[in-house]
Design a protein around this ligand. Structure first.
Ligand SMILES: *Cc1c(COP(=O)(O)O)cnc(C)c1O
Length: 394
């Protein structure tokens, strides 16, 4: 029996208090049928009995597996995705490659964690409009944002689709602009990279990348965890130092750092989940393709399936007219939904006084996007949900 499903988001009026028996909850992280459950229990036992709870063999093993996946020289396992981004930007500042006042281009429709490390370290976020069809940064408009102070760009592979334009990236690299991927949502995705040598896998495309293993991500820890990926050994060394109080060896602090360690038990859990990465990606692609084949409603714009890329469908996000009505229509039929993200960072109370910008594409999307179930959804589930969506009238 599934538990009654509670829509948590208080902002959405009548959804707020409703406790509904959802046949298709938006996300259910604790299903007895998950194939990894028993292995997670064994992994926990292994760590409990080992007596090594930090910086042990599981963490090292995970780092090796992640750098092999993303084709990077180095991986530093850290506490969470936000810290991974903070360590990268603080690291570049320590190394003298960025300085306060430098401008960093970041998509306007991302989660706020992509922006927080910039303002924390005095970097200036330059919010870029998304493409309304891919929801990723609109590379055709990036040129208009470049100034002599532009020193970095954060492609956010939003919803699991690679944000990449090889020609643009080549020209940014020629200008010495650092490319820091926010790969929180796209582990295992592959970009189309014509003319680019090396990795196509997100997390290994730019100069450095952050991954999040927040429980809802495609590979989720049973708590918080994240990782920094890079082939730049200077940056990797600095990130390691910063994540360890600023110490390059025991009791020798070369800078003022943090404690951003990953727990050994989370590393052990993540190695189990990571061994299912291909299955997870395949299942999400099958569900997304089934949605794509069935949904046929002029009031519902489907996300693009990109034939040259490998998408990992962290979210399946449709754009609808009259979103509240759409969500309650689906909720009445036992289908949970969510919004990623209802309020863009530049309109959040903490930023709206300082980041006074008008971003009509991002703002319009924020009012119309809806994420429908994709995690743990079979193609048959997708077809059922898709047919219900076809009955929606705005
Ligand atoms: C989840 C997420 C983060 C932050 O990761 P945490 O592990 O939750 O700190 C950063 N950026 C994006 C795009 C995310 O989705």
């Amino acid at each position: 029996m599934r538990q009654p499903y509670r829509l948590k988001n208080k902002r959405y009026g009548r959804f707020a208090e409703s406790t509904l028996q959802m046949q298709y909850p938006f996300l259910d992280l604790s299903r007895p049928e998950f194939p990894w459950n028993q292995q997670l229990r064994s992994a926990a036992d292994r760590v409990i009995e080992s007596g090594r709870y930090l910086h042990g063999p599981e963490t090292e093993g995970l780092e090796n597996e992640l750098s092999a996946l993303c084709n990077t020289e180095r991986c530093v396992a850290v506490s969470n995705g936000l810290d991974a981004l903070r360590l990268i930007f603080r690291g570049y500042i320590e190394l003298g490659r960025l300085k306060p006042g430098d401008e960093v281009i970041v998509p306007a429709n991302t989660y706020i964690a992509s922006v927080l490390p910039l303002t924390e370290f005095g970097l200036i976020p330059i919010m870029a409009e998304p493409d309304p069809y891919t929801h990723n940064i609109d590379f055709d408009k990036v040129d208009t944002l470049l100034t002599e102070r532009t020193k970095a760009i954060i492609p956010v592979h939003l919803y699991g689709s690679p944000a990449w334009d090889s020609e643009m990236m080549r020209s940014l690299k020629e200008k010495g602009i650092l490319v820091v991927e926010d790969n929180a949502q796209a582990i295992g995705a592959e970009a189309a990279t014509p003319g680019f040598r090396g990795s196509r896998t997100t997390g290994g495309l730019g100069d450095a990348a952050a991954i999040s293993f927040y429980p809802t991500k495609n590979i989720g820890a049973l708590g918080d965890a994240g990782a920094v990926l890079t082939s730049d050994s200077e940056l990797a060394d600095m990130v390691t130092v910063l994540a360890n109080y600023g110490a390059d060896r025991r009791y020798h602090n070369i800078t003022t750092g943090y404690n951003c360690r990953m727990d050994e038990i989370q590393a052990a859990f993540l190695r189990v989940k990571l061994s299912y990465l291909d299955d997870i990606i395949t299942a999400r692609n099958l569900a997304a393709r089934a949605y794509d084949a069935v949904i046929d409603n002029p009031a519902v714009l489907k996300p693009l399936i990109l034939p040259d890329e490998k998408q990992v469908w962290h979210q399946y996000v449709v754009t609808v007219e009259n979103r509240d009505k759409f969500r309650s229509f689906l909720a009445d039929k036992g289908i949970g939904t969510d919004i990623h993200y209802a309020v863009p960072p530049h309109l959040q109370p903490c930023y709206k006084e300082n980041l006074k910008v008008s971003l009509p594409v991002a703002e319009k999307l924020a009012d119309r996007i809806v994420s429908i179930p994709i995690a743990g959804i079979s193609p048959e589930d997708s077809r059922i949900i898709g047919r219900i969506i076809n009955d929606y009238r705005p």
